[in-house]
Design a protein around this ligand. Structure first.
Ligand SMILES: [Fe+2]
Length: 354
């Protein structure tokens, strides 16, 4: 509860002032500055009503002493004359809540005290609010930091998992490619080389970077359908008979069927199914023509044919590099996409083979 201290040298004045204020706020009284300071030492006052005219003291000193003794109190100073009030205000700027004139103005005291207490309460509430808000702000910042840390850790975990998963996928796909090569030892290393040549031409002709990895795997696995080819045909160390060719020609469709059942192989289906299509439409299995043939399939087709030329096969000897390029050019526009063949030749892809 709020409490006021009235300081006046005259007992009668103290009584009058207390009578005026008592309905508004409980009051103590002091008859001099020493008594006032002593009271402030034991009681915390919210309001000090001070008469500035003790004859034995300097008014400014009295005010300063009260401000030190009751630093949180609302000081109302009774003084006559604007000049004296100004002098005191200059001595302690902004510290006196209100100056009041002589006894005839005492009736204003309850209203002034009420207003002062209301302002004090509002200031206190505002201070409390700022304190509370800054506390909440601090808590929020801490929570935000914690959340940030958790998100970062989770992201790191996810990134690690993604990298592991990608590595596992790569291993699985390369394992499949090895399975094809294990079935047909004559084509050992073929899948890897086709992938290498395909990538070189794809990068040189500006193939979409985001799809390069899919193309790389597709070129690795373009012959995955050979798993479904009979050994007698696949491993025959001589040229194939027409019916054997017929059987061999099903491998792109078998490959496509395998890829259609495996989620991570699905994007590779066009390159697997159509790598034996020919530019002039005489290829298989769909007899596609020109730019209708998927770009990945056109790239793999050239790389596949080049590798067949430059390596020994059971039924033929390896062809020298420059002759391979001539053969590619010779078949550009018939078997192969002429523009891609030019990119292959100009970049001398596969020159380091052997
Ligand atoms: Fe093939």
């Amino acid at each position: 509860m709020s409490r006021a201290l009235i300081v006046h040298r005259r007992e009668a004045a103290l009584g009058e002032l207390r009578d005026v204020l008592k309905a508004r706020i409980p009051c103590d009284t002091a008859r001099g500055i020493e008594e006032a300071i002593a009271r402030c030492g034991t009681t915390e006052y919210d309001v000090v009503v001070l008469d500035h005219r003790p004859p034995e003291y300097d008014a400014t000193e009295v005010l300063r002493a009260i401000l030190v003794a009751a630093p949180n109190a609302l000081v109302i100073l009774m003084t006559t004359g604007a000049e004296a009030a100004q002098k005191l205000d200059d001595a302690a700027p902004g510290k006196v809540f209100r100056f009041l004139g002589g006894p005839d103005q005492r009736w204003q005291l309850p209203g002034i005290v009420a207003e002062g207490l209301r302002l004090t309460r509002m200031e206190r509430e505002q201070r409390d609010l700022v304190k509370k808000l800054s506390l909440e702000h601090g808590k929020l910042q801490k929570r935000e930091k914690l959340l940030d840390l958790v998100v970062r850790e989770r992201t790191k975990d996810l990134e690690t998992s993604y990298v592991r998963l990608k590595a596992a996928n790569r291993q699985a796909l390369l394992g499949l490619a090895k399975a094809i090569e294990a079935k047909d030892p004559y084509t050992k290393g073929h899948c890897g080389r086709v992938a290498e040549y395909t990538m070189a031409v794809a990068i040189a002709c500006g193939y979409p970077a985001a799809e390069l990895e899919t193309l790389e795997f597709a070129s690795f696995l373009h012959d995955i359908g050979k798993i479904g080819i009979r050994d007698a045909v696949l491993l025959k160390p001589a040229a194939l008979e027409p019916d054997e060719w017929q059987h061999m020609r099903i491998h792109p469709v078998v490959g496509d069927t395998i890829a259609s059942d495996i989620e991570m192989l699905k994007p590779m289906r066009p390159a697997i199914r159509n790598h034996h299509e020919r530019w002039d439409g005489t290829g298989y299995p769909d007899g596609m023509k020109g730019l209708d043939i998927p770009l990945g399939a056109r790239l793999v087709c050239i790389a596949d044919a080049f590798d067949a030329m430059i390596t020994d096969r059971p039924y033929k000897r390896a062809i020298p590099y420059e002759e391979c390029l001539l053969l590619l050019r010779k078949n550009a526009g018939k078997m192969f996409d002429a523009e891609l063949v030019e990119v292959f030749v100009q970049n001398r892809v596969g020159e380091d083979y052997g």
